[in-house]
Design a protein. Structure first.
Length: 365
């Protein structure tokens, strides 16, 4: 498995940890890579402190950590980790989520050393509390803003990817899927009757997303216009201006040109960046750019609209969004497929459609 960093830059014990997380626990390449980056920063911070090197200097980035061994690891104390977290926030300007991830990486690494390998007796990070999330109200589009955004895409006559883009934004606003899930959809994932599709979420976990009428209509309207006679990929659902399958640039996901649903202008599976650029473009055109909405905020919007307008049980919402759990004291139980379908239909955007241009006859300009 190839990571974003070179394993040769790490001490043997960290290399063994990475192999364990990948081969035994089945962690994704992206997850293991984040563990490695966090541990490298942690060890460099400790070595820089011991050697009097400024953590803001270029020299900091060149510190060799390959000499870190069990003797050094056993000497790391809880106070060292507190200092590192303080440095992460004050110098690196990490928010709570980044600090929480760094602490989690340290905890997981020491858990491996103590519980799995029995190489150390104590985990200095075990009793450190996770940095608290700042209490802020979630940002989401209002129902009227959703209609304005969709109308902006619908009325963009100058765009030859209008139907594709309308379909993508419709799926975001109605299904609440992650952008990585959307770009990973392939034609075989879609139910023949356009009532559901399969997505692969975090941790390579699959789930079924049910489609309301707006989603089914958007896909159905797009399909007849997605291919031209010279298109090479006959199975792709979403294609680019160059008539190629759209590409994915996330976590080492393989590009499968015979199955991808959304295609880019280069006949590859559409990438996350391409989708983000498209969404930002239409947010600006709709006059919503100043509100700093993002692609992920469309996911928040879908969840909020279903919960506020559809009387959706929180357990159903958990399954629709692909969450392991929600911040609620309730114990969640299995949710029926019928409830999930009803929740999708409860979205007030579920009945919106897009008009499709009439097909030109052969020989017409």
């Amino acid at each position: 498995m190839a990571y974003e960093v070179d394993l040769c830059e790490f001490p043997p014990i960290v290399q063994e940890f990475a192999a364990y997380k990948s081969a035994i626990q089945g962690c994704s390449e992206k997850t293991v890579g984040e563990y490695l980056l966090d541990l490298r920063t942690f060890f460099r911070f400790l070595l820089a402190r011991d050697r009097g090197i400024s953590p803001e200097s270029d020299e900091f980035l060149q510190i060799d950590i390959t000499g870190i061994d069990l003797s050094y690891l056993s000497g790391i104390k809880q106070t060292d980790i507190y200092e590192f977290l303080l440095y992460s926030g004050s110098v690196r300007k990490n928010l709570w989520c980044a600090k929480a991830r760094k602490l989690s990486s340290i905890k997981v690494f020491y858990k491996y050393l103590v519980n799995k390998r029995n190489l150390l007796e104590e985990n200095p990070a075990i009793n450190i509390e996770t940095p608290k999330r700042q209490k802020t109200l979630p940002k989401f589009l209002s129902l009227e803003e959703c209609r304005i955004l969709l109308d902006t895409v619908k009325n963009d006559a100058a765009s030859d990817t209008r139907l594709r883009d309308y379909c993508i934004i419709t799926l975001f606003l109605n299904c609440g899927m992650r952008v990585s899930e959307l770009v990973g959809i392939s034609l075989p994932d879609i139910d023949r009757e356009l009532r559901s599709l399969r997505v692969v979420g975090k941790g390579s976990k699959e789930r079924i997303v049910y489609l309301n009428d707006a989603c089914a209509n958007a896909i159905n309207q797009y399909l007849p216009h997605r291919l031209r006679p010279h298109d090479r990929d006959k199975n792709a659902l979403f294609i680019s201006r160059n008539r190629n399958r759209i590409s994915v640039q996330t976590g080492g996901m393989a590009d499968l040109p015979d199955k991808a649903l959304f295609l880019s202008n280069r006949d590859k599976r559409i990438s996350v960046k391409t989708v983000q650029y498209m969404v930002y473009k239409y947010l600006d055109l709709a006059g919503l750019g100043a509100k700093h909405y993002s692609v992920h905020k469309l996911r928040h919007t879908a969840a909020t609209l279903m919960y506020q307008s559809g009387e959706v049980d929180i357990r159903v919402l958990k399954d629709i969004l692909g969450h392991e759990q929600l911040n609620t004291p309730q114990i969640y139980t299995h949710v029926s497929d019928k409830n999930m379908q009803n929740a999708m239909n409860a979205n007030p955007l579920s009945s919106l459609t897009i008009d499709t241009p009439a097909k030109k006859e052969d020989g017409e300009n």
